[in-house]
Design a protein around this ligand. Structure first.
Ligand code: GH3
Ligand code: MG
Ligand code: MG
Ligand code: MG
Length: 437
């Protein structure tokens, strides 16, 4: 980035040069108005940083006014360094084309401000864009400008063809840029409306509409139809880059928030040690499972189980081994039950599994097979067994699921009392099947 510093004072020249070089700028110096304009004519600069006070007749504001008259310097930032307390009219400064005014008072402040300004100007976008434009010239210019910022394109001349491509591959794109006036069945607005409806996810795809006509009603209509932003042709490169960058950054931030929310949700619902749902998740998911069972008149099965003599595992082998056993138990549960079933760590070494659309007999068979599986599994050379309380039932809208768990718990207690490593079961399906039908 080439920077022209316009400054009389040697000391200030050194200070400013240091700041800009520190940020990777290639610095040239000019000491007055004439000298600055001469330097700007000799080579193209990316930033001009000028002192307000230059000489008697011409100051930094006059210089800005002169620079803005040169077509190739319409968009570059012109920074004005002024001392506070002097009667500088900021209004005049901005009108003359100054981009930002800095106080020369504090070196550190100035350095920070310039640093963040330069950071904002580094424009690498790294995005893949679906681009619809029927004018070859407009397309060539836009793509040239954006390619410099690392953007890649799929370019279509018609919205109809673009729609087909988008429908197939919308996951590939970071954003859409579309011309508004287009031949074919779909114009730009039609395309935006249609693409938004492919899946709900597509409401998040940023769309920049490009229009050759700039009137208020058209702009409002564009935004109403689902475009996130618009730009009027012919546009300057800087404005295009900034709008594209902003849209893509907003999308990235949105995605980040979504991922964080998913993680938080997972953390709130998941037991860390076993990877199973925790008790909190039961309150969310079990009512759903029960409602489905009621609607479809399906029986459910409940397995309530507890590791036998787990205290001895901890006492003899330590808590870490105890934790390993619990984690492996979590893996086995996750692998052995279906996605439509619900499983959770109920407490310390107690687990619950609710089987959807499973008769009492099936539930008993599944419970017995599971008990056997645990007995047969090698838990780091430990013999681990479980006792299970088993229930089969139909649920109704007024069923209290916690009462069912209490009942399953008392069956588990029975299994423990009568020797452990076994199941104890009860069939409630016959009891409440009449009220169901
Ligand atoms: P029973 O066959 O009657 O169930 O005997 P038990 O020893 O398994 O039952 P008890 O309720 O006496 O002991 C449960 C043990 O589980 C005690 C507790 O330290 C241990 N425990 C609970 N949560 C964890 C955990 O997260 N990690 C480990 N390592 N141990 C746990
Ligand atoms: Mg067009
Ligand atoms: Mg136990
Ligand atoms: Mg217990």
């Amino acid at each position: 980035m080439k920077v022209l510093i316009v400054e009389r004072s040697r000391l200030q020249q050194t200070v400013l040069s240091r700041i800009f070089s520190g940020e990777g700028g290639i610095v040239s110096l000019a000491h007055n108005y004439e000298n600055a304009l001469q330097r700007l004519a000799e080579e193209k600069f990316d930033i001009v940083c000028t002192a307000w006070q230059l000489e008697q007749h011409n100051n930094g504001i006059e210089l800005a006014r002169a620079i803005r008259k040169i077509p190739e310097y319409l968009e570059i930032p012109i920074l004005l360094i002024a001392s506070t307390g002097k009667n500088l009219s900021t209004h005049d400064a901005y009108n003359a084309g100054i981009t930002e005014i800095f106080d020369r008072g504090s070196y550190e402040h100035l350095s920070n401000k310039i640093q963040s300004l330069l950071k904002r100007r580094v424009c690498t976008i790294n995005a893949h864009i679906l681009y619809i434009e029927d004018s070859k010239t407009a397309a060539a210019l836009t793509m040239r400008d954006l390619k410099e910022a690392n953007v890649t394109f799929d370019h279509y001349y018609s919205a109809d063809a673009a729609y087909m491509a988008y429908k197939e591959n919308h996951e590939d794109y970071d954003m859409v840029i579309t011309d508004v006036v287009l031949e074919g069945q779909l114009d730009g607005l039609g395309f935006v409306r249609a693409m938004r409806e492919i899946t709900p996810e597509n409401y998040k795809m940023p769309v920049l509409a490009v229009s050759g006509l700039d009137d208020t009603s058209r702009r409002v209509e564009l935004l109403r139809s689902g475009a996130n932003d618009y730009i009027v042709k012919p546009y300057v490169k800087e404005e295009l880059l900034v709008r594209v960058k902003n849209l893509i950054m907003t999308k990235h931030l949105f995605n980040q928030v979504e991922t964080q929310q998913e993680q938080l949700y997972k953390q709130a619902m998941q037991d860390h040690l076993t990877g199973l749902h925790n008790r909190h998740a039961m309150e969310t998911f079990l009512p759903k499972l029960c409602s489905a069972a009621i609607r479809h008149k399906k029986p459910i099965g409940i397995l309530f189980f507890d590791i036998d003599h787990f205290k001895e595992v901890n006492d003899e082998h330590g808590h870490v081994i105890g934790d390993d056993v619990l984690a492996l138990m979590g893996d086995i549960i996750l692998k052995n039950f279906r996605a439509e079933d619900f499983s959770a760590r109920y407490g310390g070494e107690e687990f619950i599994v609710v089987l959807y659309d499973t008769s009492y007999e099936q539930t008993k068979t599944i419970a017995e097979k599971f008990r056997q599986k645990i007995e047969d599994t090698n838990f780091s050379d430990l013999n681990i067994t479980i006792s299970i309380g088993v229930l089969g039932t139909f649920v109704q809208y007024d069923t209290d699921i916690h009462e069912l768990f209490n009942l399953a718990d008392s069956l588990l207690y029975e299994a423990k009392e009568s020797g452990r490593n076994k199941i104890c079961s009860r069939d409630l399906t016959l009891l409440n099947v009449e009220t169901i039908n």
